[in-house]
Design a protein around this ligand. Structure first.
Ligand code: C2O
Ligand code: CU
Ligand code: CU
Length: 542
């Protein structure tokens, strides 16, 4: 695996990337002097324990699954030698089936939560972090006060009571912190976990289960000589591009190897990286059989030569190792692609040797066939039913322009995040169906401080609340080459909550706004872009 010498990285002080330890109130990650608008500690102190302004008293809804979830500093043995200081979620199952909470051993990742559609989930969340935080259930359709909006962030030793019913269909969802301006560093420091929902339809599909159903989260990281995490998210280039590591981790481990038997597997992949986009391919060119995306199973399996996975996106694969000899290996790699704007090629990054270049080939994980198995399972022809949202149901089409707008930085329709701010065009009627078009303005805006190339970055756009369906993609001439190097890997057939919008591209999605009123977020899931303010509220009004 390609990886730079750490001293080489640490020596880049002249580029403004000198690593200095932050004060005690920041995640345990080495970081350059904060520049820009990371606003730790500047929010108004909340005087007392904050609980959800829910009208339901705590013990009315009998929980099917009840979890005590704590965010706290911890140390994890990742490499030999010194343990790594991380921030992590730790959980304790108070009620429910023992399989509902599964710790990921030797990893900074939070426990895997497994529950069923329709179940009532209660989470007693407590923070022991010296910095505000809040938990968001990515992809879940819950009420506004249960959604982990940054305005509900809690301080050290405070608690937040979550209670929600699982309305989502079966799928691979996840949870992570969402305090404004601090999501990037907190996720980077270790705070993320899977939230897997099952339902009857999924169980009837006949997919590999138990130990043959494996969630895998892909993340990039940088470590110093003392095995401590290094975060470069605050420098100007990092805010522009997003954090990029020099080493790929799977399930919290470097050089990850998955041992398998000669039989089919269900692999659930989450890109849990702050900003890195992967073009996933098998080292021997075997195509992928895709069975699911962000919002659960597709209608039927589809083939892809490779998978494009942007931050926060999930994809589920059916991988059959039956024809492979015991002892053989296959490597999941990042395949070369045209890195947007050509910036990562080396030019503007100057010391581009500090990162794994985005569009370069590198290894992600190794799969080793270790055991013979005679278990045969046929790939189902049909996986689930997906009801298409009729286009004629849409009462509105809204446009959201993604652009670099100096001096604000990355913007949505020219605006950055305001804690409770909602523009008139961000108000949506409860019960309505709408088409939203995300327009990546591309390199058109010349002249700005960053020059024309800076519009040329991809943005994985995420909407909170209900899942959506991708209707249409269009790309302009300038963006076409980069787009074509990734577009065969898009999986737009199913339900999505995050969609990659490439430079020069317009993506139309359709969704419903049902069940809950209030403020919800839509934002870029490049976490450095999000922290900079490439995030807005939309309000669902009755
Ligand atoms: Cu996964 Cu608002 O985020
Ligand atoms: Cu989300
Ligand atoms: Cu972005």
């Amino acid at each position: 695996m390609k990886k730079i010498n750490r001293r080489e990285f640490l020596g880049l002080g002249s580029a403004g990337l000198a690593a200095v330890a932050l004060a005690a109130c920041a995640p345990p990650i080495l970081s350059p002097t904060p520049a820009g608008n990371a606003d730790d500690g500047t929010l108004p102190p909340s005087s007392s324990q904050q609980t959800a302004p829910s009208s339901t008293p705590l013990n009315v809804a009998a929980a099917d699954v009840e979890i005590a979830l704590t965010a706290l500093p911890a140390s994890v043995p990742i490499f030999s030698g010194q343990a790594t200081q991380v921030w992590q979620f730790q959980g304790e199952l108070l009620k429910g089936d023992a399989s509902a909470l599964q710790t990921v051993p030797n990893s900074y990742l939070g426990p895997i939560i497994r529950a069923k559609k329709g179940q009532q989930i209660n989470v007693h969340f407590r923070s022991q972090l010296p910095q505000e935080t809040i938990v968001h259930w990515h992809g879940l359709h819950v009420s506004a006060d249960m959604d982990g909006h940054p305005r509900y962030a809690i301080q050290e030793n405070e608690t937040y009571e979550y209670q929600f019913k699982l309305r989502n269909r079966a799928g691979t969802y996840w949870y992570h912190p969402h305090p404004h301006g601090l999501t990037g560093p907190q996720v980077y420091a270790g705070m993320a976990g899977f939230f897997l929902i099952s339902d009857e339809e999924e169980q009837a599909a006949g997919l590999p289960s138990g130990e043959f159903d494996i969630p895998l989260v892909i993340q990039d990281r940088i470590f110093d000589d003392n095995n401590q995490l290094v975060y470069r998210g605050n420098g100007m280039m990092d805010q522009m591009m997003g954090f990029l590591g020099d080493q790929v981790f799977v399930n919290g481990q470097p050089d990850f190897t998955l041992s398998v038997a000669t039989r089919p597997y269900r692999l659930r992949l989450l890109n849990g990286s702050n900003s890195r986009i992967y073009k996933l391919g098998w080292s021997d060119g075997t195509p992928f059989t895709v069975i699911g995306s962000d919002g659960g199973l597709l209608e039927k399996p589809v083939q892809r030569p490779y998978i494009t996975l942007a931050p926060a996106e999930r994809v589920e694969l059916w991988v059959d190792f039956a024809d492979r000899p015991v002892g053989s290996e296959i490597v999941l790699q990042n395949l070369p692609y045209t890195a947007p704007g050509g910036m990562m090629g080396g030019g503007m990054m100057g010391g581009a040797a500090t990162t794994l270049a985005l569009g370069e080939q590198y290894d992600i994980m190794t799969v080793r066939v270790e055991r013979q198995s005679n278990e045969r399972l046929a790939l189902p022809k049909r996986l689930s039913t997906i009801e298409r949202i009729p286009v004629q149901d849409a009462t509105q089409t809204r446009s959201v322009v993604l652009a670099m707008t100096p001096p604000q930085g990355w913007t949505l329709n020219g605006r950055t995040f305001e804690m409770t701010g909602v523009a008139p065009e961000e108000r949506v009627r409860l019960g309505s169906t709408e088409i939203w078009e995300f327009i990546n303005a591309g390199g058109g805006g010349g002249g700005g401080m960053m020059g024309g190339g800076t519009g040329m970055l991809p943005h994985p756009i995420h909407m909170h609340g209900e899942q959506f369906q991708v209707l249409e993609r269009q790309v302009d001439r300038n963006g076409r080459a980069a787009w074509e190097s990734l577009s065969d890997g898009f999986v737009d057939e199913g339900w999505k909550d995050t969609v990659l919008v490439m430079p020069g591209e317009r993506v139309k999605i359709i969704r419903r706004f049902e069940d809950f009123t209030g403020l919800f977020l839509y934002h870029c899931h490049n976490l450095e872009h999000e922290d900079m303010g490439m995030m807005r509220n939309f309000e669902i009004v009755a």
